[in-house]
Design a protein around this ligand. Structure first.
Ligand code: MG
Length: 280
């Protein structure tokens, strides 16, 4: 099915949304940078009463920083395996970060050892492949740099991916990283678990009343699961490889596209409340 331009998204559909789950790299972030437009867009949605949750392949260590500092309700990190939530001290101040990991500590240790074996095997098989510079902040996966600081040719990425699968692990790739994990969660299951634990929403409500915005292959689970989905314009290069494409697509790429979607969501709430005669 073809993607519909964002401008043609029905206001009633956008206005009914309770929140937005969003990808970071090449969706909110523009080549790794949080632009003024994108950060302003987050605040605009926050001020309009939308719940905001980042859903990223980035490490839980990044998630801890983001939930402490940004106007978001939480972060689902490492492609769904770990979630981070700011804990308030009750007087409005921040008192720390809660971490949700579906796996107990001994099993987590066992999986980390297995990931270590994969790293060793990769060093022999594809010696030029480099681990990402954020791998130390990860708990549930390991990642190789395929397009962030270095570009690994497609056939070498495929070779690594085959090695990971042959070892009984799962692999996903974003525009920048190739991931290996022994966890079973994906971005969609991680988002649904988060909304249940934190917002008290059942899965059906989450997938119908929250939207998702992303840009690449590791967003595929969310594009399939959520009813209202957005792509930033740079999704175009991934479209041939996605079984389900986002329902709506922004004109702008990366952070600009994100800001466009945010603006449509915020405006829809104003339009809908004026129509129904309710105060904004
Ligand atoms: Mg991305």
């Amino acid at each position: 099915m073809a993607m519909t331009p964002l401008a043609d998204a029905p206001v009633t559909e956008l206005a009914a949304l309770r929140g937005l789950f969003f990808d970071l790299d090449d969706t909110l972030l523009t080549h790794g940078v949080l632009t003024r437009a994108a950060y302003g867009a987050l605040w605009d949605m926050h001020d309009a009463g939308l719940r905001l949750v980042a859903v990223t392949g980035r490490p839980s260590g990044w998630g801890e920083v983001i939930v402490r500092q940004w106007p978001v309700d939480g972060v689902v990190a490492e492609n769904g395996a770990v979630a981070l939530l700011r804990q308030s001290n009750g007087s409005g101040g921040s008192s720390g970060v809660a971490r949700f990991d579906g796996c107990d500590e001994s099993e987590r240790q066992r999986r980390r050892m297995q990931l270590g074996d994969l790293v060793a095997r990769a060093r022999t098989l594809v010696p030029e492949a480099r681990l990402t510079d954020d791998v130390h902040a990860r708990v549930t996966d390991v990642t190789w740099d395929i397009g962030e600081r270095v570009r690994l040719p497609g056939d070498r990425v495929d070779l690594l991916a085959k090695m990971i699968v042959d070892a009984g692990a799962r692999t996903t790739r974003s525009s920048v990283h190739l991931h290996a994990t022994f966890d079973v969660e994906d971005k969609a299951s991680g988002a649904v678990s988060f909304a249940h634990a934190v917002f008290g929403e059942d899965a059906g409500t989450t997938l119908a009343r929250y939207a998702f915005i992303g840009d690449s292959g590791n967003d595929a689970a969310c594009f399939s699961a959520f009813r209202t989905t957005f792509g930033v314009a740079n999704i175009a290069s991934w479209v041939p490889r996605l079984s389900v494409v986002p329902r709506y697509v922004a004109e702008g790429a990366r952070g600009l596209g994100f800001a466009e979607v945010a603006s449509a969501l915020v405006q829809s709430r104003g339009i809908a409340s004026r129509r129904s005669g309710l105060p904004r």
